[in-house]
Write a protein that binds this ligand. Structure first.
Ligand SMILES: C[S@@+](CC[C@H](N)C(=O)[O-])C[C@H]1O[C@@H](n2cnc3c(N)ncnc32)[C@H](O)[C@@H]1O
Length: 415
């Protein structure tokens, strides 16, 4: 595929145009104009229709003063000062010329005869209870309309829950956001996020979802909470308590699962002590999902009957370590290491020293499930050197065991 084709396949960028008092030029007064003019008028646009003829409804709009109608064919220069253009004449040459003029003048233009040549597409739209629904599916207008109808209908009959009120039961939801891909949060987590007044988010997890939150939602980066002489975790606990006490619906959005190396229980305890209701929403842990996204099953029949998830944030010889590396080295199954990039050298050495084969396959997966995902393969003997040579950086999950080779046998299309 060429770069140009690649660009054509890119999804359209959705935007809401605020057209009040702004000049919009519509070329052609037929059925397309008849359908598109009312929403343009409703948006307050200053609509100029250029067309020798028009349908009775369009004619009536002109007669009512809702649009200005110039009864003639398109002429070069018609798009001067326009913010937006709808090209819908029955003359292909005029459409092409107007389209070229729009391009030259940097006026976004919709074309009824050639969607490919257009610089903008009209979504299927619907309105209900103050919500505008706009759906684009690229090249399938019928599907757009069907999706639009389903959403509008769902909002109307309540089968689609989209709360708009702000007076929910105060408290904190500890939400596991999954490994990073915004589609990998649970339905419950997503719903609570949509209802939040305040979101305190970690660096890991589905950060893209934060962009979708309405502007009134206060989004706080947990890493940036000032904590003075208090520990960072205590400062986060204090922020959760303070916002909940102020009557806000608070979501603590965490990467993966809140209770897998997530310090979720410390937060739940602090909230319980402060008498604040706390809901825990489990999340998809990176320990399983990141290997899967890289094509590695953490168990496989006849290969691994167990997998063990271990934190590598302290080295094996460190007196603070609670991990029995000698015992782990004796296991045949899969080891999944989190937070281990920086200490993979001593960890791999300890496993080999205690008996795990130096040729055991290892995969390091950085930023799994995100657009930046990458995988580096090695063995226990070579992993430290490969991680350094490839410049692997956290966050990464390290999978050790024969399952890594099993995954390699399958071209799964996951990567
Ligand atoms: C503090 S732990 C939190 C784990 C999280 N609660 C979970 O269940 O996935 C952070 C570590 O999780 C791993 N991790 C989380 N998200 C990841 C991702 N998208 N890709 C690779 N590793 C990830 C990395 O090992 C990272 O250092």
């Amino acid at each position: 595929m060429t770069a140009a084709e690649d660009r054509n396949d890119a999804p359209a960028y959705p935007v809401g145009l605020r057209l009040t008092g702004r000049r919009v030029v519509v070329l052609g007064g037929g059925q397309v104009a008849q359908r598109r003019l009312p929403p343009l008028v409703a948006a307050g646009a200053d609509v100029v229709l250029v067309s020798p003829s028009a349908t009775p409804s369009v004619d009536a709009m002109a007669a009512a003063g809702e649009i200005r109608w110039e009864r003639r064919r398109y002429r070069p220069g018609d798009l001067a000062d326009a913010w937006y253009a709808l090209i819908a004449t029955t003359d292909p040459e005029a459409n092409a010329a107007a389209s070229a003029e729009a391009e030259e003048r940097r006026v976004w233009c919709v074309r009824s005869d050639d969607a490919e040549a257009a610089t903008a597409w009209t979504p299927a739209t619907g309105r209900t209870e103050g919500v505008t629904v706009a759906v684009l599916t690229g090249r399938d207008p019928r599907r757009s309309a069907a999706v639009r109808d389903a959403i509008v209908e769902g909002l109307r009959d309540g089968s689609l829950a989209a709360p708009q009120h702000r007076g929910r039961t105060p408290g904190v939801a500890l939400v596991g956001g999954g490994p990073g891909d915004p589609d990998l949060i649970t339905v419950r987590g997503r719903r609570l996020l949509a209802e939040a007044d305040v979101v305190i988010a970690d660096r890991l997890g589905p950060r893209d979802l934060l962009d979708e939150l309405p502007p009134h939602v206060e989004v706080i980066d947990a890493a940036k909470i000032p904590y003075g002489r208090a520990m960072a975790q205590e400062a986060i606990n204090a922020a959760l308590i303070e916002h909940a006490k102020a009557g806000k619906a608070v979501v603590r959005l965490k990467g993966g699962d809140p209770y897998v190396f997530g310090r979720g229980m410390e937060e739940a305890e602090a909230l319980a002590e402060a008498g604040i209701p706390c809901t825990v929403v489990p999340g998809i842990s990176s320990s399983i999902s990141v290997p899967a996204a890289a094509g590695i099953p953490v168990t496989h029949r006849g290969v691994a009957h167990e997998f063990t998830v271990v934190s590598g944030h302290v080295a094996p010889e460190d007196p603070r370590s609670l991990v029995d590396w000698a015992a782990l080295a004796r296991l045949r199954g899969t080891l999944v290491l989190l937070m281990a990039v920086e200490r993979i050298g001593p960890i791999a050495a300890a496993l080999v020293a205690h008996g795990r084969g130096a040729d055991t396959p290892v995969a390091v997966i950085q930023e799994g499930t995100t657009a930046a995902q990458r995988r580096v393969d090695a063995t226990l003997a070579t992993v430290a050197e490969r991680v350094a040579a490839e410049g692997v950086r956290p966050p990464a999950v390290i999978v050790i065991g024969e399952v890594v080779a099993v995954g390699e046998r399958v071209t799964s299309g996951n990567q």
